[in-house]
Design a binder for this molecule. Structure first.
Ligand SMILES: Cc1ncc(COP(=O)(O)O)c(C=O)c1O
Length: 421
């Protein structure tokens, strides 16, 4: 389908509505980032705008578009459901929800069997916090500095960056933040009030930080020793992005609870989920099955998208693809680092969850703008603006990876020149 191009006045009208009716400061930020255009349609790894520009989506909606935009099998599943029953009556049993829960139980690590469905990552974390509290009878959580778990009050309490939290204090009590990847601190922070440890297997918004291989197994052991739950937030790492279906599989760790969102909707529908073991669900829901609910959570459209997304991820062997393309991307970015070792401190990641850390954040900012002008969408990580993250669809081709590396290389050189570095 060809886009009918818009003129500047039409584009500016959309931006103006943002300025007047949505958030003028956000509108300025978006324009400064090089995104002063209107998105019109998308397919695979490509996003097209109203002015006729074509972008390679290397941000992937912060991890949403693992299957690319508008994967035909997800679209078909959602259209079929749309024609039958988009939302649930919330009285009868719903087949898409039942099937998605069963498929997740089949694929998830360890004893994770039950799923509570919601609509976003932060809601999944809210669910995890509440269910962990009721299941353990304890109130406190250990979380990580630099960790990101969303911006609802519970999610924010678990999040480890003051910039987003201070204005909303007092937050939920009982959250302690410790250094990520520090086993000793984790052991020292545990006490008999600790309901659980909430941790990302790889910190996404914290700057794509991969912990040492023994970290998650050590947290597992600490939780076992103290009778606390290991709650793993796979909202960003989940469903193939890191080279395994779930990132904890790299370390053979079996969590007590796991949160999912983003890619679970196949890039078509919003959905979140919190999974738990039978013992946890029994303690949380047996007395009152309605103790935690959501009107739209588990709706048929979202669940049919989720089911199709899981099937496509497995049929198309996307975790393997993520590992291969991720290696190629990291190799390319590291080549750029050898040319600019002063500006580019480190390239790191796993699969197609890759970060490039700069010495100063101004270079990262200008580089994002430079990449946008070269037709590549990228962004910095929310809790660490010195890091540009690369999270393209897992279906990205080798040629497209090479294009990203070229755009990055040119943009780093240009940013350094502009800053006189
Ligand atoms: C690890 C993690 N948890 C939770 C969230 C919150 O998800 P949402 O923005 O859907 O609420 C995010 C979002 O980036 C995330 O990366």
């Amino acid at each position: 389908m060809a886009i009918i191009l818009w003129n500047d006045a039409q584009i500016n009208a959309v931006i103006e509505n943002y300025q007047i009716y949505v958030n003028p400061w956000l509108a300025s930020l978006m324009k400064f980032g090089g995104f002063g255009d209107v998105e019109m349609e998308a397919e695979g790894c490509i996003v097209r705008t109203a002015s006729g520009e074509e972008y390679l989506d290397c941000l992937g909606g912060y991890g949403v578009f693992s299957l690319g935009h508008r994967h035909p099998k997800v679209i078909e599943a959602v259209k079929n459901q749309l024609n039958r029953m988009p939302l649930s009556s919330r009285t009868f049993f719903s087949q898409p929800q039942a099937e998605l829960a069963a498929r997740l139980a089949e694929l998830a690590p360890g004893d994770l069997q039950y799923s509570f469905f919601c609509n976003s990552g932060t809601e999944a974390i809210e669910g995890a916090i509440k269910i962990a509290r009721i299941a353990t009878g304890k109130t406190n959580f250990i979380c990580m500095v630099g960790g990101f778990h969303g911006k609802s009050m519970g999610g924010l309490s678990a999040t480890g960056r003051d910039q987003y939290k201070t204005a909303f204090e007092p937050l939920v009590p009982g959250f302690t933040h410790i250094s990520f990847n520090d086993v000793k601190e984790a052991a020292a922070a545990m006490d008999d009030r600790t309901a659980g440890i909430i941790v990302e297997p790889i910190q996404g918004e914290g700057g794509i930080r991969v912990p040492s291989p023994d970290y998650l197994p050590a947290l597992r052991e600490i939780c076992d020793n103290c009778g606390a739950l290991l709650i793993v937030d796979e909202v960003q790492t989940g469903l193939g992005r890191t080279g395994k279906l779930f990132a904890v599989e790299h370390r053979s760790v079996k969590p007590d609870m796991m949160t999912l969102a983003k890619a679970l909707g196949g890039g078509v529908m919003p959905i979140g989920a919190v999974m738990g073991t039978p013992a946890i669900w029994e303690r949380a829901f047996s007395e009152n099955p309605l103790i935690h609910t959501s009107t739209f959570g588990g709706n048929p459209l979202a669940c049919s998208a989720g089911l199709a997304a899981l099937n496509v991820t497995i049929e198309e062997k996307l975790p393997v693809r993520a590992a291969e393309m991720g290696d190629r991307l990291m190799k390319g970015l590291r080549q750029v680092q050898t040319t600019h070792p002063d500006a580019l401190v480190e390239v790191r990641g796993m699969g197609l969850m890759v970060g490039a850390e700069f010495a100063v954040k101004d270079v990262a900012e200008l580089c994002i703008n430079g990449m946008a002008r070269r037709g590549v969408i990228a962004a910095y990580t929310l809790n660490n603006p010195k890091v540009i993250r690369f999270e393209p669809p897992l279906i990205i081709t080798a040629d497209q990876v090479d294009r990203v590396v070229s755009a990055f290389s040119e943009s780093v050189a240009e940013a350094k020149e502009m800053l006189g570095l």
